[in-house]
Design a protein around this ligand. Structure first.
Ligand SMILES: [Zn+2]
Length: 354
C-alpha cells in the first residue's frame, strides 16, 4: 500500500489514492489436508467498516460528529484501512449523515486510509469529488421495485447516471492525477422484500452495463438478507466470469443468521474484500427487527481462525465496540466474539492481531 500522499502533506487530498488494488484469493480453501507448510498462504482480506454509513443510517438518533471522528480515529488505530464514513444524500432525507464532508476531511488526515462515501446520484458524486474521498460507492438495485423506491429511478436510469458520474470524475482529475474510484454495489442481488425474487440474469445484465458505463469496481450486496451460501457461491462465480478482478466486494447482512456463512462462501470464490459494521449495527427498514451487517469483529475473527490476516487488532476493536455501545445506548448491537473473547489457542497472538 503506498503511503498517503506519496510523502506530501497529509492534507493534500487525493494526491495518491490509498486504496490498494484488490486481488482475488486464488486459494479457495484455508484448511486443506493437501496443503503443506510450504504452500503459499491465502491472501489477506480487507474489511471495510461501513457502520458509519450503513449502520447509522438505519438508526434514528444522530451520532455527534465528535463521536464519529473518535470512531474513525480508533478504527484506524485498530488497523482498519478502509472506512465508509457517510453518504452524500440530502440532509433532510438522512440527517444522521449530514456531516459526511467533515468526516471525509478528517479521515483523509489519517495515513494509508482509503476513505469511501456512498453517493446516490451525480449531485452526490460531485460532492464526493469535491470532498476528496478515495472511493464513491453508488448503489444499483437489481430489483426494479427497490430501485424505484430507493432512488426513484429504474436500474437502467441508474446505469445512465453512472455514465455521467464517470464523465464528471474524469473531468475532475486535472493535472494532479487525482482519481476517486467509482464502485457500484449491486444491491438486492439475491432477492428483495418489495419484488421478491431477483433473477441472476438481471444481475449479470446490470453488472455488464455498469462495467460498460466505466465503473472501476463492482460488488454484490445482499441488502435484505435473502442470500444463502449456495446462492452466493453461484452468483459470485457467474459474476466473476463477467467482471474478473473488477468484482471486489461482498456486502452481507445477517438478517437471518447466514451472514457469516455467506462471507465464507464469497471468499471461497476468490473475493477478499468485505463490508462489515462494528457491533453488527444497522438493519433494514423493510425488515423490522432484523439485525444489520455482519459484525466487523466477527468477520475478522472468522478469517483469523482460518489463518487469513485482516490486520485488525482484536483488543482495540472490542474496546471500540464498548464505546459504540455507550454512544448508542439503548440500541441493539449484535455479534458473538465480544461475549466470549478469543479462544485460548488464539489469545497468545502478538498484540491480539487478527
Ligand atoms: Zn447494506
Amino acid at each position: 500500500m503506498p503511503p498517503l500522499g506519496g510523502g506530501t502533506s497529509k492534507k493534500s487530498f487525493n494526491s495518491a489514492n490509498p486504496c490498494p488494488p484488490v486481488r482475488r484469493n486464488v486459494y479457495n480453501f484455508a484448511f486443506n489436508a493437501m496443503a503443506t507448510r510450504t504452500s503459499p498462504g491465502p491472501k489477506p482480506v480487507i474489511i471495510r467498516e461501513v457502520g458509519l454509513r450503513d449502520g447509522l443510517q438505519s438508526i434514528a438518533r444522530v451520532l455527534p460528529t465528535a463521536q464519529k471522528i473518535a470512531w474513525i480515529r480508533e478504527a484506524h488505530a485498530a488497523g482498519q484501512r478502509e472506512i465508509e464514513v457517510g453518504s452524500f444524500v440530502p440532509p433532510r432525507l438522512l440527517p444522521q449523515l449530514a456531516d459526511t464532508a467533515e468526516l471525509v476531511a478528517y479521515a483523509k488526515t489519517l495515513p494509508d486510509l482509503c476513505v469511501s462515501v456512498l453517493v446516490p446520484n451525480l449531485k452526490g458524486a460531485q460532492r464526493a469529488l469535491e470532498s476528496g474521498a478515495d472511493v464513491m460507492l453508488l448503489p444499483l438495485s437489481a430489483s426494479h421495485a427497490h430501485s424505484l423506491a430507493n432512488l426513484r429511478k429504474t436500474p437502467d436510469e441508474v446505469v445512465q447516471e453512472i455514465g455521467r458520474i464517470r464523465a464528471a470524475r474524469d473531468a475532475s482529475g486535472g493535472s494532479t492525477g487525482s482519481r476517486c474510484l467509482i464502485e457500484v454495489g449491486i444491491s438486492t442481488a439475491f432477492g428483495c422484500t418489495l419484488q421478491g425474487r431477483v433473477e441472476p440474469a438481471e444481475v449479470l445484465r446490470l453488472l455488464q452495463a455498469a462495467l460498460d458505463a466505466g465503473v472501476d469496481r463492482v460488488g454484490l450486496a445482499d441488502t435484505v438478507g435473502y442470500a444463502d451460501p449456495e446462492m452466493v457461491r453461484d452468483l459470485f462465480e457467474r459474476c466473476l466470469r463477467v467482471a474478473g478482478d473488477r468484482l471486489t466486494c461482498g456486502h452481507f447482512h445477517d438478517t437471518r443468521g447466514l451472514g457469516m456463512a455467506n462471507v465464507y462462501a464469497a471468499w471461497q470464490t476468490g473475493i477478499t474484500r468485505f463490508d462489515a459494521c462494528l457491533g453488527g449495527i444497522g438493519g433494514c427498514p423493510h425488515a423490522p427487527g432484523a439485525s444489520g451487517n455482519v459484525a466487523t469483529e466477527d468477520v475478522a475473527y472468522l478469517f483469523a481462525s482460518m489463518g487469513v490476516a485482516s490486520g485488525l487488532d482484536f483488543h482495540k476493536l472490542i474496546a471500540l465496540r464498548a464505546k459504540l455501545a455507550q454512544w448508542l445506548d439503548g440500541e441493539t448491537l449484535y455479534g458473538s466474539l465480544w461475549r466470549a473473547g478469543l479462544p485460548k489457542t488464539m489469545s497468545a497472538a502478538p498484540a491480539g492481531k487478527l
